[in-house]
Design a protein around this ligand. Structure first.
Ligand SMILES: O=C(CO)COP(=O)(O)O
Length: 256
């Protein structure tokens, strides 16, 4: 079956020294992840090399970036390329986070271009989707998320399914302390899995990890991770402390 993936999205937190401190704190608690649980940390770009160095001593925990450009190189001030991520040892890249969509104007089309480029260049993609509170209240959440998943995966081949991870992150739950209930999460993850079955063959779709993100904390992780289609978490705030992040890893371990 699918491994759990416990992923930390550090957002715009942790420069080089804070990255060193946080990852060494994690290393003091665990130097190897349990069977059935994959770990991932996604620091800001400037801290990727520092993180890569410490992660050499933490077995089963890999490195990811928070964004990438869809061109190879060139006049794109402030951007980084897939080749740069490969060089620093980043295995994953988060794409289409709602904060990038909202504050940096990323459209479904841009997200799709980034997904295709990342997969072509050997990166695993964590594709974020999720509805706003307004959309949920208007009962448009399923339609919205379905469209986001389909748009992001347009043109992705079956053979690339193993490099795709989806993160369902309802915008109203991000950084608010308000979490989707386990039933709400399961309902959406199941729907996403059915969309994936329309894009890929059934076997490939069944292997794709679907993470939940939005105020996942040690106190609510168990009930969320117990859901059959919740295969891990994309964690913001609680991934910035070694003890809460490793606590969630321990919770996943007990559910394997
Ligand atoms: O946006 C998130 C992860 O990508 C979730 O953030 P929080 O866990 O802080 O709500």
């Amino acid at each position: 079956m699918r491994n759990f993936l416990i992923a930390g999205n550090w957002k715009m937190n942790c420069g080089i020294s804070a990255t060193n401190k946080l990852l060494n704190g994690i290393k003091e608690i665990t130097t190897s992840l349990p069977d059935g649980v994959d770990g991932l940390v996604c620091p800001p770009s400037i801290s990727l090399q520092t993180a890569a160095d410490v992660l050499e001593d933490i077995e089963g925990m890999t490195l990811g970036a928070q964004n990438v450009h869809f061109e190879d190189n060139g006049a794109y001030t402030g951007e980084i390329s897939t080749q740069m991520l490969n060089e620093v040892g980043s295995e994953y890249v988060i794409l289409g986070h709602s904060e990038r969509r909202e504050y940096f104007g990323e459209t479904d089309k841009i997200v799709n271009a980034k997904v295709l480029k990342s997969l072509e260049d050997g990166l695993k993609t964590v594709i974020c989707v999720g509805e706003s509170l307004k959309e949920r209240k208007a009962d448009e959440h399923k339609l919205r998320v379905r469209k986001q998943v389909q748009a992001a995966l347009t043109g992705v081949e079956d053979g690339d399914a193993t490099n795709v991870v989806i993160a369902y992150e309802p915008i109203w739950a991000i950084g608010t302390g308000e979490t989707a209930t386990p039933d709400q999460a399961q309902e959406m993850h199941k729907m996403i899995r059915s969309v994936l079955e329309g894009v890929f063959n059934q076997e490939s779709a069944s292997k794709i990890q679907i993470l939940y993100g939005g105020s996942m904390k040690p106190h609510n992780a168990e009930e969320l991770l117990q859901q059959p289609d919740v295969d891990g978490g994309l964690i913001g705030g609680a991934s910035l402390k070694a003890d809460s992040f490793t606590e969630i890893i321990d919770i996943a371990k007990q559910l394997v």
